[in-house]
Ligand binder design. Sequence first.
Ligand code: SF4
Length: 482
Amino acid sequence: MPFPLETILPLLEREVSSYQVPVVDLIAAQTRDPFKILVATLLSARTKDEVTATASRRLFARAGTPYELERLTVEELETLIYPVGFFRNKAKFLSRLPAALKDRFGGAVPQDLDSLLTLPGVGRKTANLVMAVAFHRPAICVDTHVHRIMNIWGVVRTTTPLQTEMALQQILPERYWIRINAILVAFGQGTCTPVRPHCDQCVIEKWCPKIGVTPRTVDKKSSGHNGPAAKKFISWNVNGLRAAWKNGLLEVLRDLDADIVALQEIKIHPDQLPDPLRQVDGYQVFWNPAKKKGYAGTAVLTKTAPLRVWHGLDSPLLDEEGRVLTLEFADFYFINVYAPNAQPELRRLAFKQDFNRTLLAHMDRLSRDKSLVLCGDLNVAHKEIDLANPKANVRNPGFSEQERAWMDAVIAAGYIDTFRKFDPSPARYTWWSYRFNARAKNIGWRIDYFLVDRASEGRVVDAAILDDVIGSDHCPVSMIFR
Ligand code: SF4
């Protein structure tokens, strides 16, 4: 049965009228000023509404017009808008905004999509929201909530917000275009949350197919206690910690606010770290650098102190490159892996196979004792769906028969590729070559994983690819585990 959108949306609109209003709509209602709406929308990306509201208030007290904004330096802007997500980038965009408005649009905020997209830092989501909220022009702003919830309902079956926007232009009655973002942002923050949505108290539960959803479980006897708290894990090949730091690594870590962060290819020794990386707020850090400077290496940041830490696989030869770090916690082991690259003409395949065999034995040994989580860059795309050009890469490193056979063996041994548990769609990648504009064209590979042992599958709440996070040729991957 098709999802009854026309029945649901009026119901939801009534439901969320008592919820907190999304910050951009609030600023629109308070100011009716397209410039402030544009600035608040820019600040709101990857930022909690409360933080956007406070930062906007501080900024507008100093600069409520393009003319006033022009007089602030980038450093002043950074101070005013901190701690919004990616505040350094946003400060740069804001400092270029007045000139862009003046030079091309006579100082006014333009009203059409193409013109808005020429402004610094303005992507499709921002442009659509400004059109809808500031100018009441029919535009569908598809953010993470709209994209996610429309897929949960099966109204669309898409993998990117752009595909969702295009599909909704065909399906969604036009009278909802402007309002849909405010409705689903409020609903996505209050009820249909990204992790463990509150299906038990959802007004549209009886119509919802709950595609790909793990609802929260409510233990009625313990008055709303939901079992062990879910923990957020992140894995990211940063392709050089120093470069990633210059690209905003610390802001990304702050925004993601994970319990454990596993980093690969750090290419640095702890004694070479720049000062801000010596102590990362709230985390204990464990390092396993390669012997050779500027090469490979892994690190794990954790908010909870581990019981034990192992460096490597107990093999002098395999351990020279700092590729494995294992942490033991009370009810799980956490292994961070940066697998070797098999190299052109598979020159290093034998080394990689030796590494892979030893790693699997290590996993099997630990998973007999308690839950096992393994993450990292395994340097292999498992199936054809996991890379953009499978035919052209059949004998290449990362997609050779031998490397894929090892992944088959891992899955056959009972380990779960957690991302595929939630998302079977193609074109979901974690690494793109720096050449040929590959990331913009999404010509990539999925070679970064979160695996768990079969007995712990029920502890996995969510797994995702965070492909909107930049700063390396890989993007982070995440898993929620309880
Ligand atoms: S039933 Fe659950 S998954 Fe469906 S819309 Fe409601 S909260 Fe979201």
